[in-house]
Design a protein around this ligand. Structure first.
Ligand code: DC
Length: 220
């Protein structure tokens, strides 16, 4: 069975998808980590991450792999485990840049399909239900109001000891939403047969329960 969970950053996709996968006994696949791996490589090479001319030639030098170790997804870049290196703000921005390049999306397409062919998966990303797994049995578009996502982000950063200005974070969330949903190539959008789920007013646990209930319904 394939479950696709798409939506903007900060909607709690990864937490919900990961927990749902665990409960269902499926593999959780975080596709954003693949884009982050390419972003990291481009940064290390000193490339301008939004430049097609500079990023595309690098793809031939990249071998990116995803392995599940004790139930956790690890990302390997040319043999190096980069799992702990891809969550920084600079890699986030680089991933967002490279993800707008069609050749980068094509480069990662087969790998994502291949994992889903071989396993029961809950896969989270931006174009999983629309492009990568159009045949997924369940497609969810998980989102929350920008103000709520900004507040969650500020709290997350505070937990890490980083102080952030709410208005700045909100402006950033709104700008990224615009970029993701207006990019020319495979923008973030609800799949025709996708289920729209707004978790602004519900807890993470309720979101997970809703996903599990839908999965069971589809499986039956
Ligand atoms: O989910 P994330 O924040 O780790 O994703 C990092 C970047 O990659 C984000 O800017 C969106 C992009 N992305 C994408 O375009 N398609 C995917 N399937 C997953 C992520």
């Amino acid at each position: 069975m394939k479950i696709a969970i798409d939506g903007p950053a900060g909607a709690g996709k990864s937490a919900a998808a990961k927990a749902a996968a665990k409960k269902l006994g499926f593999i959780y696949v975080d596709t954003g980590a693949l884009y982050r791996g390419i972003g990291l490589f481009a940064l290390r090479k000193g490339a301008k991450t939004n430049s097609i001319e500079e990023v595309v030639p690098l793809l031939a030098q990249i071998k990116i792999e995803m392995r599940h170790i004790e139930g956790e997804q690890h990302i390997f870049l040319n043999g190096e485990d980069i799992t702990g290196l891809i969550r920084t703000e600079s890699v986030s921005a680089a991933a967002s840049d490279v993800s707008a390049i069609p050749a980068v999306r094509d480069f990662l397409f087969d790998m994502q399909r291949d994992i889903a062919e071989k396993n029961d998966v809950v896969m989270d990303g931006r174009d999983i239900g629309t492009v990568v797994l159009p045949d997924a049995e369940l497609k969810i578009f998980l989102t929350a109001k920008p103000e709520i996502r900004a507040r969650r982000r500020v709290n997350q950063l505070a937990e890490k000891g980083v102080e952030a200005n709410y208005d700045d974070v909100l402006a950033d969330v709104i700008q990224r939403d615009y970029n993701d949903s207006h990019r020319e190539f495979r923008p973030l959008k609800l799949a025709e047969d996708g289920i729209f789920m707004d978790n602004s007013e519900i807890t993470l646990e309720e979101t997970i329960e809703n996903i599990i209930a839908l999965a069971k319904e589809r499986k039956a």
